[in-house]
Design a protein around this ligand. Structure first.
Ligand SMILES: *Cc1c(COP(=O)(O)O)cnc(C)c1O
Length: 369
């Protein structure tokens, strides 16, 4: 008998990570990146009040965090005008997606997502033995009516939609999502991933009753609030659904400093507003850099911009590599036709200046073949 005895399913999986961190590249080359524009972190940083709260809470980190995250959860409940029981705090959206998939998906269960959408959902589904069905993007937007139609066809238990979308940065107005909610078939649950919603135009967040039985929405402190490494996200949904996470979630998965930082960040909406202003300015700069190099920036409702290289995926991939060689970390969509783009996170003026300098050089390298 061989030890350790993995499950048959786990043995069938490859150990390729959906994300390779920039640190691996830096270790391999011995060179730190000059500009970290690939992971959609908020390079403008969190509220100084969040940093202070984290520093103060650090002294108490010998204690497990409150497994009910009561202070943060009750403040979120007031902020969103929902009951405490409609909110769950978890280890980022990535962690919450894993818990949700564990609740719903076993071997042979089906889910629906868009081809080339945010990959962590798929990662969890694959890990639990589920089957993924996809529909294509429509003009660089995720396509909710097609996702719902596909869900009916394959009897999907989960439907994944990010609004705004990553990697394209496009969005739907909330009313267009709300309009389709009643068409979600019985037995299916829509996951509304709103990782970027704080940065999106007014009206992007769909309005509906939090007790809606076929939707769960997820938000995070990683992007707009600038706390990606703190690992705090939350889900809002019907009471029984939210309560069911208590059966399987990691009750001590977060720490006090992270919860304190998230709470302080939430209460500093002025900081979020000035972050949005810096992001808006960065998007204009990125669009200009794209245009200066004969490429087109797609409109973005997020803190990153997809730049259409007007070439194919192989070209975009080579460009991402050539930029890395110039010290610029960026990423790109995985699937055609979106993979004609490269994806640039909004950065400070010095980050974008480094990108502006590296891009024409990278393009020259490619042209030289
Ligand atoms: C960044 C991102 C996440 C990850 O959020 P965490 O809260 O840091 O886990 C989830 N969904 C989308 C669409 C993202 O872009």
């Amino acid at each position: 008998m061989k030890t350790p005895r993995y499950t048959d399913h786990i043995q069938s999986l490859s150990a390729d990570s959906p994300f390779i961190g920039p640190e691996r590249h830096e270790r391999a080359t011995g060179q730190p990146f000059t500009a970290r524009l690939g992971a959609n972190e908020n390079i403008f940083g969190p509220s100084p009040k969040a940093i202070r709260a984290m520093a103060e809470a650090a002294q108490d980190v010998w204690m497990y965090a409150d497994p009910e995250a009561y202070d943060l959860r009750s403040t979120l409940a007031a902020f969103h005008d929902v009951a405490l029981d409609n909110i769950l705090v978890g280890e980022g959206i990535d962690g919450l997606l894993g818990d949700l998939v564990r609740l719903m998906i076993g071997a042979g269960d089906t889910v629906v997502t868009s081809a080339g959408a945010y990959p962590t959902f798929n990662y969890h589904v694959t890990g639990y033995g589920g089957t993924i069905h996809t529909v294509p993007y429509k003009a660089d937007h995720e396509d909710l009516p097609s996702l719902i139609a596909k869900a009916k066809e394959v009897d999907a238990k989960l439907i994944y939609l990010a609004n705004p979308d990553n990697p394209m940065g496009t969005h739907h107005v909330g009313a267009d999502i709300t309009r389709h909610l009643d068409a979600i078939p019985d037995g299916a649950l829509l996951i509304l991933d709103e990782a970027y919603v704080e940065l999106a135009p007014q009206g992007t967040a769909a309005q509906y009753d939090v007790q809606h039985p076929r939707v769960i929405r997820m938000r995070t402190f990683s992007k707009g609030y600038g706390l990606a490494g703190a690992r705090v996200g939350y889900a809002m949904g019907a009471r029984d659904l939210i309560r069911s996470f208590d059966k399987i979630r990691l009750h001590f998965g977060a720490n006090r400093a992270s919860h304190a930082a998230a709470l302080a960040a939430l209460l500093d909406q002025d900081w979020l507003a000035q972050t949005c202003a810096q992001i808006a300015a960065a998007k204009i700069t990125i669009a200009q850099i794209a245009a200066d190099n004969g490429m087109i920036a797609l409109p973005s409702a997020t803190n990153f911009v997809a730049i259409d290289t007007q070439q194919d995926g192989a070209f975009a991939k080579a460009l991402v590599q050539a930029l890395a060689d110039q010290g610029i970390f960026v990423r790109m969509p995985f699937v055609a036709p979106q993979n004609r783009c490269i994806r640039i996170s909004c950065g400070r003026p010095q980050d974008l200046a480094a990108f502006a300098k590296a891009l024409p050089k990278a393009l020259e390298t490619l042209a030289a073949g």
